[in-house]
Design a protein around this ligand. Structure first.
Ligand code: G3P
Ligand code: MG
Length: 242
């Protein structure tokens, strides 16, 4: 198994504001060894830790990410929507997130987002650059994406990096696609995982990760099916150690 049995989704987003440095610290504090974050791209090319293609859900500003420059967004408060205790949280660049996650000694599931306003190349090459410069232990890095082109580029340019395909429903030809991309894992929406699929994926030697599970009973069922790791907003509820 590459990651840990519990992975903090966006940094445990029921316990701290999603995709913030504070949420990474919370992940470490509750004893969850791995964190999942989203890397996204502003209009000026800056890579940031942020899920949406719009500012509105998490900040008091409006607008599309593709219309922002770093200087437009760096002072936006992305913690207050969660609680006043986190009002100091600001959007982090990918480089800041990578530093912080390594300082906390966490493993990283880095999800590469692609929105229609930019191309896979535009986010992949800069992500590669950031990881080449900053990341130290590639055993503690698992990259995932819903976008096959992203995984294809990574396979071509950094064939030794550990990558997994994200799907909602796992397609019938998952084994062929995993083989073509030399993947190490399959990540799926837990609601669409069948026992048969779980068995065949595990038998193929690939790791299997399910998102987003915030229910203890469902987590136990998935573990019984042989799932390697559960991506959750609340690792404490699901049994993290602290
Ligand atoms: O990596 C699993 C999960 O994060 C995928 O969905 O939309 O929460 O990024 P989303
Ligand atoms: Mg994600």
């Amino acid at each position: 198994m590459i990651a840990s049995p519990l992975i903090a989704h966006r940094g445990a987003s029921l316990l701290a504001p999603e995709n913030t440095l504070g949420a990474m610290t919370k992940t470490r504090d509750i004893g969850t060894p791995w964190v999942e974050i989203d890397v996204n791209r502003l209009g000026d090319g800056t890579l940031v830790m942020f899920h949406d293609d719009q500012l509105g859900r998490l900040t008091s500003a409006r607008g599309r990410l593709c219309d922002q420059r770093w200087e437009d967004v760096q002072s936006l408060d992305i913690g207050s929507h969660f609680s006043a205790d986190y009002s100091g949280e600001r959007m982090a660049r990918l480089s800041q997130a990578l530093d912080h996650i390594q300082a906390l000694d966490l493993g990283l599931n880095l999800e590469i987002k692609v929105y229609p306003e930019f191309t896979p190349e535009q986010i992949v090459f800069d992500t590669i650059k950031a990881l080449d410069t900053q990341w130290h232990n590639f055993g503690k890095l698992l990259i995932s994406s819903f976008n096959t082109e992203v995984l294809d580029l990574l396979h071509h340019w950094r064939p030794s990096w550990q990558c997994g395909h994200l799907w909602e429903r796992i397609p019938n030809d998952w084994a062929r696609r995993a083989d073509a991309l030399n993947l190490v894992s399959v990540h799926c929406d837990h609601r669409f995982l069948t026992p048969e699929l779980a068995r065949s994926i595990r038998a193929s030697g690939l790791d299997l990760y399910c998102y987003t599970v915030n229910d203890r009973e469902r987590a136990a069922q998935l573990m019984d099916l042989g799932v390697d790791g559960i991506i959750t907003d609340d690792p404490v509820l699901l049994g993290s150690t602290r």
